[in-house]
Every structure is written in structure tokens, then in C-alpha cells.
Design a protein around this ligand. Sequence first.
Ligand code: F6R
Length: 611
Amino acid sequence: MCGIVGYIGSRNTTEIIIKGLQRLEYRGYDSAGISVFDGENLSLVKCKGKVKELKNLLNSSPVNGNIGMGHTRWATHGEPNDANAHPHMSSSGLFTLIHNGIIENYYSIRKFLTGKGIEFVSDTDTEVLVQFIEYLYLKNNLSFAEAVRSALQKVVGAYGIVVLCKDEPDKLIAARHGSPLVLGIGEGEYFLASDTSPIIEYTRKIVYLDENEMTIIKSDSYEVRNIEEYKVISKEIQNIDYDLEQIEKGGYEHFMLKEIYEQPTSVYESTRGRIDLKKMTVKLGGIENWLTRILDANQIVITACGTSWHAAQIGSYIIEELVNITVKVEYASEFRYRETPIDNNTVVFAISQSGETADTLAAIRKARTMGALSVGIVNVVGSSIARETDCGVYIHAGPEIGVASTKAFTSQVTVLTEIALLLAQKKKLNCKMVKDIIRDFSTITEKIEKVFKQADKIKNIAKDFATSNNFLYLGRGYQFPVALEGALKLKEISYIHAEGYPAAEMKHGPIALIDENMPVLFIVTQRGFDKIMSNIQEVNARGGRIIIITSVDTKRCDEYSDHVIKIPAIHHCISPILTTIPTQLLAYYIAVERGCNVDQPRNLAKSVTVE
Ligand code: F6R
């Protein structure tokens, strides 16, 4: 949520910042802006709209310098307009600041500053922070770093910030509390960003800022201190673990389509070195040392948001079926505020693609304070959830840039299955089923490729349904969370209202919606086949338009539907990995047909780092 880039060094600062913002645009795209010290003043250029608009503006009024920062915004306080775009400048023009997060006590600080005669030009909480820094700087005769630190000690809320000061123009200061920041270390140059994507082109060496840390960066040195005590902290330099081409479109029209088609590889990567097909065993290094505690747990809680929550649902089915242990699935935003029995006999799994989702992070912090073991199932290496959990398993899906999550979902399901298989093997439960699943994993890549053979058909179906206003997705058992996920994908990128339901629940309400204008998508596998066929007939009898995704080789589906998408059969526990893919393609092609911006759907941002 909100993209942040900072640079100090001898290259073309504006170019680096703009390129970085383009890489970060998936985090927010309401407005964009840049501030550079041009040798005399802090110049500021910003506007409503995408980075493209900012680029046009910079073409007509260029800014240059050796130090600067840029921001792409996902609005929290104040509508997306030019004035609310970041960076924000203090009244006397001494400071500019960019911010990701929310300053919760902004109202009282703003009132205080207004009482001191300071005038505000935007509606944002961020402007309050930059004005506050300048106020403290001037009133208490502080240095740049002291003023930033002093202000941060008084604000409540979440922030990842970068600040420039006209009086000390050789420094960039950045700080983190609740919103991620990464420092890239080059030769005589430094980069700051909210994730590593803007940095990888220039250096692979990075330092993750931890909670309540600030960094003071000059062109030839940097130091990291904690905000409270101001003690210097020695930080480990780490390496970025992916390549530039992984975050580029590689000939695809959209990142989302590229990521859908990457699934044979991403699912394979989630199993590589973990599932041993010869020995028929599973090994997960990241949780090895914690296995006894996991095996002895009274309950498992899986917490997540959005698509990751849907993967959690599937995970709960597999773990309960194979390991016979109670699994609860909790929306992180609810779990963090709910009274629920958690203790040191509980294991809390947190699933997150980004590893930065604010609610999920807060949920694991709560779980840890209550004594639970926390396990991260995360994609982004080095992200906050990965670092704050006791142990974990990376899904290794590779960078996911499309705002709608696709390959991360199938990799999350893969890793949850591996966890279930490992626990079942250790407990010596369901030995035959464990072997059957492992055997079927060996066919998954080729079966995903077979699903792609249906892409043209799905594209044609999309043309038929592109003008629909509503959609119902129905599935039973393992296909119910797939229905939820399919519906979410459709609504977020095509803006068609869609609901996912357990197929049998339809009779308890949604059936009232069925008429000739209501498309209903059924996900049908061998398990519960006859039952779901009855549900299909119920919709058919009421004139609903039916699409069936099925792995069952039968003419019965053709009989009762308008369209059938046939996919290969696989063990029911891992069937969601295959059945989800046609729903991703359908959502994608419908959105394209409707002319929607697939990779940057309105109002959404990739990584939700505010509550
Ligand atoms: C949907 C989507 C979101 C995310 C959710 C959690 O396509 O991407 O629903 O799944 O915001 O994000 P992570 O997994 O990063 O915690």
C-alpha cells in the first residue's frame, strides 16, 4: 500500500525514482509525486493519477539533483487529488516527506499546529507529520535527525517515511513503524523503497529496517538507529533472491496473465526439495525444529486475509482430513480483536503473499503474546511476517505483481498440503492417502498445462458473460473455497458482483436470485458428484445460465449447462490447485472484455499495510 522510493548518489535521481515508482505502482495508483533537492531548494512535483501522468508533468517541468524521493499513493486520509498527493512540504519549505501508513493522532496534532498559526494545504495525515517535524525543528533548534525522531516519538499510528531537509541536503532520513522499508546498498549510492523491486536493477545488497528503526543515509555511509533510545544498530546485509526478469511482463499483456501461466513452475517451486517422490516423503526445513510442538498442539488456527484466507480454508480441510486435528480459520482482522482461547498448546499459521498485511501481522503478534507458536506461510522473503514468526515455510511462488493474487494462491495450497502430509507421516496417519497425494503431485505440472488448453474456450465464454451484472460461484467440499476465490477474482478485476457459496446452501437463500440473467458457475469433481448434480438441476430448472468446471468425464454436465470446461482429474485434496485456474482465466478474460485495468483494479492495492 503506497509505494516509496528514495535515492542518494550520482546517477540521474529523477529517472531512478520514476522507474522505481513504476515498479511499485501495484501498491497504489491514486496519485504520484517526487521531491528532489536541486542544489538550492527542495523541488516538488506531484499530481493525481498514475506515474505516467507524473512523468508527463516532469517532461514539461524537469527536476534534477543527487538526492530525492518519490511516492505512489493509495488514499487513506483525503481524496486522491493533486494537493493530497505525496510528497508533502512543510510551510517554510524546509522539509518534504513521503509516507506509507496512517498517523492516528493526526487530528489533535493538526489542531495544535493550527493553533500555532500553521496553515495546511491538504487533508492528509502525512502533511500533519511534516509540519510537526518543521515545527519541532524550528522551535527547539534541533538537527534534522533530532526533529524527525522527536516527532516520531509523539505520533501514534503506522508509518514508513522518507524525509528530506533543505538545511541538511546531504541526507535522506527514513523510519519504519508498521510499514515496510528496505535500504539498498550500492557503490557510493543508496536506495530506499517499500519493497525490493525498485532496487534490484542496481544492487542485490539490502538491509531490512525493523520496527521502530530509523536510518540516516549520506552518499558514502548509512547508519541505523532505534527511534526510542537512538542507539546504533548493527544490521545484517542480505541478498535479493530473485531476478529482474521475474518482475517484468515478459511479453504478456498483463502481469496477471503472466502469473496465471507461471503456475506450472510456481507450484513446482513450492514442492522442490520438499517432496521426495522416490522415498514418498516430505521435508520442510523451515519447521523441522518445531515439529514436536506442532504435532502436540491441541488446535491449529490459520489466520489470513482475502485470497490467502481462501487458501487457509482449503488448508484446514486437508489438515483435518489427514492429521485429525482441529483447525480453525480466522480472518486476521477479526482474530486480532476477538476473545478466543489461545495458549501455548495452539499453533497459529499466518498465510500471506506479501508478508506485510497489517491485520495478519497484528494477528500473529497477538498469538505470540498469548503463548502460541507462530508459523509463517509467506511468499516475500524477508517480509515482516516471515521475520516475526517463530518459524515458517516460504511458498517460493516468485514475485507476484498483478494486484489480483493467482499463483500465490496455488502455491499456498501446495505448501499447506505439504504441511498436512508431513504431519500425517509423522503421526503415521492415513498412510495410503498420503502416498496417493504425493504420487499425484508428480503429475501436477503436466495437468496444469492441460488446463491451459481450455484457455480459448474460456475466452469465448467470457465474451458471453462480459455484460452480466451478477455471478454465483458454487462448489462443495474442497471446491467451496475455490468458489469463494473464483468469485473474489471476478469482482475485484471486472467489478461484476459475484458471490461464492457452498452449493447446497444455495437453497437457503441465493436460489431466490436465479433467473435467466443469473450466471451460475459450478465446480464439479468426483467427490459429491451426485449431490452437486442435483444442485445444478435446481438451477437449470429455474432458467439460470450454467457454466461447469469439471474433472468428471460425463455427458451429464453437458446436458444441464450452457458451457462445460473440462479439466484433468487429480486427488481430491489437491484438486483446488487445478479447479482454481479456469476461474482465474475466466475472471481475467471477462475483465479484459469489459476494458478493465486488470493489473491495477480500482481502489485496490497489492499489499494492505493499513488496518
Ligand atoms: C485478492 C488479493 C487479496 C490478498 C489479501 C491478502 O486477489 O490479492 O485479497 O489476498 O489482501 O494479502 P496477503 O496474502 O499479501 O496477506
